[in-house]
Structure formats: structure tokens, C-alpha cells
Design a binder for this molecule. Structure first.
Ligand SMILES: *[C@@H]1O[C@H](CO)[C@@H](O)[C@H](O)[C@H]1NC(C)=O
Ligand SMILES: *[C@@H]1O[C@H](CO)[C@@H](O)[C@H](O)[C@H]1NC(C)=O
Ligand SMILES: *[C@@H]1O[C@H](CO)[C@@H](O)[C@H](O)[C@H]1NC(C)=O
Ligand SMILES: *[C@@H]1O[C@H](CO)[C@@H](O)[C@H](O)[C@H]1NC(C)=O
Ligand SMILES: *[C@@H]1O[C@H](CO)[C@@H](O)[C@H](O)[C@H]1NC(C)=O
Ligand SMILES: *[C@@H]1O[C@H](CO)[C@@H](O)[C@H](O)[C@H]1NC(C)=O
Ligand SMILES: *[C@@H]1O[C@H](CO)[C@@H](O)[C@H](O)[C@H]1NC(C)=O
Length: 560
């Protein structure tokens, strides 16, 4: 029998016996109670006898569910199958089926039998279910640049009808293009429940900028749309550039520790590098640096680094190692005799031009050249060589030695004093010691740059010939000077008898002295005139001068 014939048959029987009304439909939620209204919930006829609910079994045969007599308060469940515990009827004669499942998607018929009529109201039940969850599984740890990589699989589980899944990036739908966006959908039907699980796997070829992109998947369903979102991905890409960096102060100086650092722009950064050093290779794992400890001058030159897995990807840098050697002759302590010569030699070996400077006793000086050494040449000489970043310093101490020589022996009577000050000056290194032929007081001495001065005070009671002697381990020298008595010139008003006698002598002597003095003045004047014409001699009592001048003075004026 074809369906047209069945329809014809039904139409014929309905006209004569029963009325079958157009099929209503009802949608229920999975797991909830299905309420199937009878005659769309219209009131029952007044002459109602009973209402019966039945359904159509899978094989087409009718199955009884329950009967509600008009005068009974209780319905009678006729079902013997799985519907027996689940069905009931409400006051509006609607069929209630608990625990809706997909197997309840059938046509249920309400049969209303009255005294006058028999009506049938079929209702189609369909059961809907939203996905129990929408999740993204198998999320990748990272995406590859320009290479379609699995982003994840979106799963909308246990729905009816099946949910559809769409992918979005930053809220905008992604359309599969077979290159950048690949979407693989799949669907699974659970044979027991009849529920569908929809899956969709997204593969995506990312760009570097996708490191901030948010991927999400949306499940679309009649009843509700649901969305799941992924945190942004790390984008992995290979290195395109390598850069070698020299970590060191500039300039690099011999002895420095120089660290080479290899930068690669890939993500994640490479963990192994090869450093090429003047024909040698070093593989470095889990680090991007290599340190040259205490670099030598021979180590200057070209350095390279490359990726361990791609040595063509390389970068190079040239390292210039500065160095500076200084040799100074002489060195240490040098003893030389006065008048000697001394050759100072500076030898340098440097990577560049170095500045030479000399410091003597803390003061900048010119390059020392000693053809005839003097005591003033003695001192500590520091030679300093300097280049950017480098300084070398060497020194020597020069000692100029010589036997003592007296350069002056002088006498001087301070105004109104009853003593005379004798000054003996001498040169010599080591420091000369002084010795006088007279007893003295108020000794004073000084010694600077090989020049010694010794002063004493004497009270000569008689005319004296005083000797100054100087000596050190290299020799000695002496010189004498005539010193007249200080008492001769003293005038005393009071005193002993002896003294008054002396005083009368002194007066006589004084008259004679005046005469002598006049003669002396005349002589002095004559000498003065004579010498001033020659232009060398000086007037007065010359107390200070060289020993020679002193000697001359003593010759002309034997006493002072
Ligand atoms: C993403 O990459 C850009 C360069 O492409 C960079 O500037 C930015 O810092 C990155 N953002 C994050 C969150 O990694
Ligand atoms: C160089 O490195 C060595 C060993 O790492 C260290 O002992 C030395 O102090 C470093 N030298 C300088 C100048 O930093
Ligand atoms: C670095 O790793 C490679 C292989 O990964 C290994 O052959 C090599 O010996 C390692 N080198 C060092 C210095 O650890
Ligand atoms: C200077 O140093 C270089 C490098 O060590 C060496 O080859 C050269 O012989 C040195 N020259 C002198 C004069 O010492
Ligand atoms: C120097 O003084 C000492 C004692 O004070 C004395 O013995 C000596 O004779 C004196 N010498 C001279 C040269 O006057
Ligand atoms: C010191 O005086 C004596 C005579 O009194 C004399 O012979 C001598 O030459 C004088 N000495 C000097 C250095 O003038
Ligand atoms: C000291 O010398 C002076 C002149 O040289 C002389 O006049 C005097 O008599 C001398 N005195 C003594 C005590 O010898």
C-alpha cells in the first residue's frame, strides 16, 4: 500500500465513523515532563464518556497508554511498556510524560469519545536539548607563523538537534579558505540516547601579530547559543636574523673578560649557538653567551656566532684588543756622581699611539736628559704612558752624590749684639757633617737639594782664626776665617781697677784708633774710587758672600 492509498482509506473511515483532526505538534525539553494537550486544550464535550491516550509504535501498531472515564477521578493506565510508570493525565486531559527522551518523539493521539461522537486529536512530540557543554579541547601550546597549526577542537556535546559550530577570531567569524583557515567538522550520534555531539577542529596559519588574538568557538542551537574562548597563543617562528654583540667596555684592553652574546629574533629564542673564534668553534647549550677570559693581544680579530641548527645564519664582529708595554731604563734606585751623565731610555710597544709624560717629585717635567748631573737633578722620576683605557707607569729614583765643598764661610755681627754669627755653606751628597774649631751656641742647620748651611754663634774673647770643616763618606773640605774679638770695641763706663786701666789704654788706643780710622777711611775711599772704576768691589763691611770674597775681605780688612 502506498501512502496515498492510506490517506484515502483514512479519509473514508473518518467521514463515516470518526474525525481525525490535523496533527498538532509539541516541543519538549529533554529530561523534563512532556505535556501533550488534547484538542489544543479545548474543554471536553458535555456528553463525554471517556478520553483515551494512545501512541503509534515504531512498527505502526497502536499502543495504549491510559483511559480517563468521565465520571472517574482516577485514570487507568493501560500501558505495559516503559510508558507505564511515566504517564499521567491532568485536569485538562493533557497527557503528561515524565523524563522526556528522544524516543518520545512520536505521535500521541487523544481519543475523545462522547455519546454522540468519537474524535481523535493526534499530536507530534519532538524533544529538544541544548548542548550540555561547549568546550575547546586539545588546545595547542603555541601557533606557528605561516603554518596551519591546530588551534583546538570545539565540542558541543549531547544536543538535539545537533548544534552547529562556528569559529571566530577576535569576535569575527573565520571562514575556511583551505590555506590560512582549515576547519574540520565532525558529528557523533550516541546510539543509546540519540543525542548528537558536534566537533570542529580549527587549524590556523598565524602571523606574528596574532600573539594578541583571541580565538573562540560558538555553538549555535535552536534553544541557545553558547561560546567558548581561548587565551591568546604564543606565536612561534624561526629566526630570520642573528646578531653578535660584544659585551665589554670600550676599548677592549688586554686582560679584560669579553663576553660574546648572540641574539636571534626567533620565538622561542634558540637555546644553542655556535661561537666561531679565529678558526675555533664552540657549541653552547642553554645559553646565548660565551666569555673570553683575560683576552690576550693575539686574540684580537674576527668573531662570529651562528645558530646551532643553521650555521648559515650568522653574524660577525671584530674585536680590537688594546695593549701597552713600557720598559724604562734605568729603574729602581740609581746612584750617580755629580757631573756624570745618565741615559734614560723609554721603550714602548702599543696597539696604538700612546702619550708619554714625565713626573718628577709630583710635578710634570720634560723628558729628562742628563749630560752633566747636578744635585738638583736628584729625585723620583715617573714615566707615564697612556692610551684610551690604558695607563702604564714606571719610575726610578735618581741620587746624585758628591764630596762636600764649602761654598761660603761668612761672619756677621747683628746690630748691638755681643756675639758673632758664623755661617758655613757647603754642597755635597750624602749630607755633609760640619765641624767647627771653636765652641759655639745656637747651632742651626739646613739641607736642601744637596746644599747644606750651618750657622753658629760665637763670642770671641780674642782675635780668632775659625775653621769650618765638612765631610761625608766621599771626602771633606775646610775653610778658615779670621774673627776679631768682640771686646775690643766695647766701651765701659764702670768697672774694676784693671778695667779702668784698660779703659785709659782704650782711650789712648781710641785716639790712636781715630787716627788710624781716619787713615783707614782715606784708604777705603781711595780703594773705593779705584775699584769702582774697575766696578767690582763693594763698600762697607761685607759679611755675606762666597768664601773667595770672604778671603779677599779678610786680606784687606784683617779684622772686623
Ligand atoms: C605581540 O607582538 C608584538 C610584535 O609583533 C609585540 O610588540 C607585543 O609586545 C607582543 N605582545 C604580547 C602580549 O606578547
Ligand atoms: C674575569 O673572569 C675571571 C673568571 O671568571 C675572574 O676571576 C676575573 O676576576 C675576571 N676579571 C675581570 C677583570 O673581571
Ligand atoms: C649540547 O647539546 C648537544 C646535543 O643537544 C650535545 O651533543 C653536546 O654535547 C652539548 N654540548 C654541551 C657543551 O653540553
Ligand atoms: C710588540 O708586541 C708584539 C705583539 O706581542 C710583538 O709581536 C712584537 O715583537 C713586540 N715588539 C717589540 C719591539 O717588543
Ligand atoms: C770648649 O769648651 C770646653 C768645655 O766647655 C773646653 O774644655 C774647651 O777647652 C773649649 N775649647 C775651646 C777651643 O775653647
Ligand atoms: C788671618 O790673620 C792672620 C794674621 O793674624 C793672617 O796671617 C791670615 O792670612 C789671616 N787669614 C785670613 C784667612 O785672612
Ligand atoms: C786683633 O786684631 C786687630 C786688628 O787686626 C788688632 O788691632 C788687635 O790688636 C788684635 N787684638 C789682639 C788681642 O790680638
Amino acid at each position: 500500500m502506498d501512502s496515498a492509498a492510506v490517506l484515502l482509506l483514512l479519509t473514508v473511515t473518518a467521514r463515516t465513523l470518526l474525525h481525525v483532526l490535523g496533527t498538532e505538534s509539541v516541543t519538549a525539553l529533554y529530561g523534563e515532563t512532556i505535556v501533550v494537550p488534547c484538542n489544543d486544550g479545548a474543554p471536553a464535550p458535555e456528553d463525554l464518556m471517556f478520553v483515551k491516550w494512545k501512541y503509534e509504535k515504531d512498527d505502526g501498531t497502536p499502543g495504549d497508554l491510559l483511559i480517563q472515564q468521565a465520571r472517574s477521578s482516577e485514570a487507568t493506565v493501560q500501558a505495559t511498556d516503559q510508558y507505564a510508570p511515566r504517564v499521567s493525565i491532568n485536569h485538562k486531559l493533557s497527557l503528561r510524560i515524565t523524563q522526556a527522551s528522544l524516543r518520545d518523539q512520536k505521535t500521541f493521539t487523544c481519543m475523545v469519545v462522547s455519546d454522540s461522537n468519537l474524535m481523535e486529536y493526534p499530536v507530534t512530540v519532538s524533544v529538544r536539548k541544548v548542548p550540555s557543554s561547549v568546550q575547546i579541547m586539545d588546545r595547542s601550546a603555541a601557533l606557528q607563523k605561516d603554518r596551519a597549526t591546530v588551534v583546538g577542537t570545539c565540542v558541543a556535546a549531547d544536543a538535539n538537534p545537533a548544534a552547529t559550530i562556528t569559529w571566530k577570531k577576535n569576535g569575527k567569524p573565520l571562514v575556511a579558505d583551505g590555506k590560512t583557515v582549515l576547519i574540520t567538522p565532525s558529528m557523533k550520534l550516541d546510539p543509546a540516547s540519540g543525542l548528537s555531539t558536534t566537533s570542529s577542529t580549527l587549524q590556523y596559519a598565524a602571523s606574528k601579530e596574532d600573539n594578541v588574538s583571541v580565538f573562540s568557538c560558538m555553538s549555535t542551537h535552536q534553544l541557545a547559543n553558547q561560546e567558548a574562548e581561548l587565551e591568546p597563543f604564543a606565536i612561534h617562528y624561526p629566526s630570520e636574523k642573528v646578531r653578535l654583540q660584544v659585551l665589554s667596555k670600550v676599548p677592549v684592553v688586554e686582560g679584560d673578560n669579553v663576553t660574546l652574546k648572540c641574539h636571534a629574533d626567533g620565538n622561542p629564542p634558540p637555546s644553542s649557538f655556535v661561537f666561531h673564534m679565529k678558526g675555533q668553534k664552540a657549541l653552547v647549550n642553554n645559553s646565548d653567551t660565551y666569555t673570553l677570559t683575560s683576552i690576550s693581544r693575539e686574540a684580537g680579530g674576527e668573531y662570529k656566532c651562528s645558530l646551532a641548527d643553521n650555521e648559515k645564519m650568522e653574524s660577525s664582529q671584530s674585536i680590537i684588543v688594546s695593549y701597552l708595554d713600557l720598559r724604562l731604563t734605568p729603574s729602581g734606585t740609581v746612584r750617580k756622581a755629580i757631573g756624570d751623565s745618565l741615559l734614560v731610555k723609554v721603550e714602548q710597544n702599543a696597539s696604538g699611539e700612546a702619550q708619554v709624560s714625565w713626573i718628577k717629585n709630583g710635578q710634570k717635567v720634560k723628558l729628562p736628559e742628563f749630560t752633566r748631573l747636578t744635585y738638583a737633578d736628584a729625585g723620583v722620576y715617573v714615566c707615564e704612558l697612556s692610551m684610551p683605557g690604558l695607563t702604564r707607569r714606571h719610575s726610578f729614583e735618581l741620587i746624585v752624590e758628591g764630596k762636600p765643598e764649602i761654598t761660603g764661610l761668612n761672619k756677621h755681627r747683628p746690630d748691638g749684639a755681643s756675639y758673632k754669627v758664623l755661617t758655613c755653606e757647603a754642597t755635597g751628597v750624602p749630607e755633609p757633617s760640619f765641624h767647627w774649631s771653636v765652641n759655639s751656641t745656637n747651632e742651626e742647620s739646613s739641607y736642601i737639594n744637596g746644599k747644606a748651611t750651618h750657622k753658629i754663634s760665637v763670642i770671641p774673647k780674642l782675635n780668632l782664626t775659625v775653621t769650618c770643616s765638612v765631610s761625608n763618606r766621599l771626602g771633606d773640605d775646610t775653610l778658615t776665617i779670621n774673627v776679631s774679638s768682640v771686646f775690643k770695641e766695647e766701651k765701659k763706663e764702670t768697672g774694676s781697677k784693671e778695667e779702668s786701666e784698660d779703659q785709659s789704654k782704650l782711650i789712648v788706643g781710641g785716639v790712636a784708633g781715630l787716627l788710624i780710622a781716619a787713615a783707614v777711611v782715606g784708604l777705603v775711599y781711595w780703594l773705593y774710587m779705584k775699584n769702582s772704576r774697575q766696578g767690582s768691589w763693594k763698600t762697607g763691611e761685607k759679611e755675606v758672600g762666597t768664601s773667595e770674597e770672604g778671603k779677599k775681605l779678610e786680606e784687606n780688612h784683617p779684622t772686623v
